[in-house]
Structures are given as structure tokens and as C-alpha cells.
Design a protein around this ligand. Structure first.
Ligand code: MG
Ligand code: MG
Length: 253
């Protein structure tokens, strides 16, 4: 069941989304060759706690860290550890918070040092597809419009869309209805209404769409070993225009 949010609750979700946005930027400042993913996790945990919030992922269904850090062929849910970043890696950082009883959840894929052209194109396309999908979070549109926009944009550029994991509503729980797939048919699915707050999160592979789950029970990686990118916004459905609660401006400026 979809739980609609009041304007006051949306402002709390915005505060969460802003803190996640700032945390991602703080993590980004530490991304460099020679840094371990565990070090990045510590940066995020300290930053979140220093800002009066709690990491949203730590302990969530038993997840052992504050960030999901997914490098190269890992799509999502990578556990931070001893892996040392190197030039040419891509690093998806997915971050959650809990603050004033509500969740924040956003992700950004960073490049380490110089990326080759196909990898740059993968990151650019995934981020653009997110912006395209998020712009459709307007009352009267349907969930399938978002997925269709993301899928057609990414596939037209030669990339594939992961099917096993999808976006979601967010509120007092990290994962609420409706599910928001990154694929689908325009004009189908639940109709969007003001008060709905969605996490839209394309997971896009450079190669084929198939994935597998790692033996740690968490990580999801591409079956063909190709790189995968992941960007995520928290978005409130607007009357005329989507209200994107997350910003990547702290990362880019
Ligand atoms: Mg996330
Ligand atoms: Mg999410």
C-alpha cells in the first residue's frame, strides 16, 4: 500500500536527502587510488553521525556497513572492505540515513582517476537516464512511464537494464510501495499522485543485463563481468514538476 506523505513529512525527507547528498560529496572527496572501500565507509559513518543522523543501511536486514560500495562489475550492495581503489575503477556509492524518523537514500557512481571512453559513456548515460526518469515524477503520469524512459534511453545507447532490482517508495521505511522498475511500458502501472515520494535508481550494465548474487549473500554483480553504474535520486511527485530532493551539486561543485 502506498503511504502518501504530508508536506511536513516531505520536508523531513528533503532534509534526509540533502544530508545523503552531502555525505556522497564528502565520500567523493576521499575517492582516490590507494584508498580502501572500508575507509570510505568510515568517512560516511562519521559524517552522518556528526550531522545528528544515523546511517540508514547499518544493520538493515543485517547489512554490516553504512555504505554499499560497488566497484566495477558489482552492480549494488557491495560490502566495504579491504579492496584498494585503482585508476580506472568505477565506484558506486549508495548511502542511507535515518533522521527525524524518516529515511534518506541516494547513490552516485564515481570514477577513479582517468576512465576510458566507453566507461565515461556508461556513467553519463546512467545519470542522464535518472534525470529523465525523475522528471516524469508528476501527478497523472504512471510508474511505467519512468521505467520506459530509463530503459529506452539506456538501450538506445547500447547498454542494458538490470531487472532483479528496482526503485521504491520511501518514508518511515527505506523500502515502501510502489516498486519503481527501470524498465517497462509507458502508460502502465500505478498512477502517480502528489504525496508519493520515490527512489528512482537505474542500475545499468555496459554488457548484458544478467546478474548473480555473490557468496557473501549481498553483492550483486554482472554475469558477464562488464561494468555497471548506479545513480539514485529521492523524488517527491509534483503537481506540475517533479521535486527532486537529492542533489549532485555538492559532488560536482
Ligand atoms: Mg540506495
Ligand atoms: Mg534505494
Amino acid at each position: 500500500m502506498v503511504q502518501l506523505k504530508t508536506p511536513e513529512q516531505i520536508e523531513i525527507l528533503r532534509e534526509n536527502a540533502q544530508l545523503v547528498s552531502k555525505t556522497l560529496a564528502e565520500v567523493g572527496r576521499h575517492i582516490a587510488p590507494g584508498v580502501t572501500t572500508k575507509q570510505l565507509d568510515k568517512v560516511a559513518e562519521s559524517f552522518i553521525r556528526d550531522n545528528g543522523a544515523v546511517p540508514g543501511f547499518l544493520g538493515y536486514e543485517g547489512f554490516p556497513a553504512s555504505l554499499c560500495i560497488s566497484v566495477n562489475d558489482v552492480v549494488v550492495h557491495g560490502i566495504p572492505g579491504s579492496y584498494t581503489l585503482k585508476d580506472g575503477d568505477i565506484v558506486s556509492v549508495d548511502c542511507g540515513t535515518v533522521y527525524k524518523g524518516f529515511y534518506g537514500d541516494s547513490a552516485y557512481t564515481f570514477g577513479v582517476g582517468e576512465l576510458d571512453e566507453p566507461t565515461r559513456k556508461l556513467l553519463q548515460t546512467t545519470e542522464e537516464s535518472l534525470r529523465l526518469g525523475a522528471s516524469l515524477a508528476v501527478e497523472g503520469n504512471r510508474v511505467g512511464d519512468i521505467g520506459h524512459a530509463i530503459q529506452s534511453y539506456c538501450e538506445s545507447r547500447g547498454f542494458s537494464v538490470v531487472r532483479e532490482l528496482v526503485g521504491h517508495g520511501i518514508g518511515r521505511n527505506m523500502h515502501e510501495d510502489p516498486m519503481v522498475p527501470n524498465y517497462g511500458k509507458a502508460g502502465t502501472g500505478k498512477r502517480l499522485k502528489v504525496g508519493m515520494v520515490l527512489c528512482i535508481e537505474p542500475m545499468i550494465n555496459a554488457g548484458k543485463k544478467e546478474v548473480y548474487q555473490g557468496s557473501d549473500g549481498w553483492k550483486i554483480a554482472t554475469a558477464d563481468g562488464s561494468k555497471s553504474a548506479h545513480f539514485e535520486f529521492t523524488v517527491a511527485v509534483g503537481k506540475e514538476k517533479a521535486d527532486i530532493l537529492t542533489t549532485f551539486d555538492y559532488i560536482k561543485n
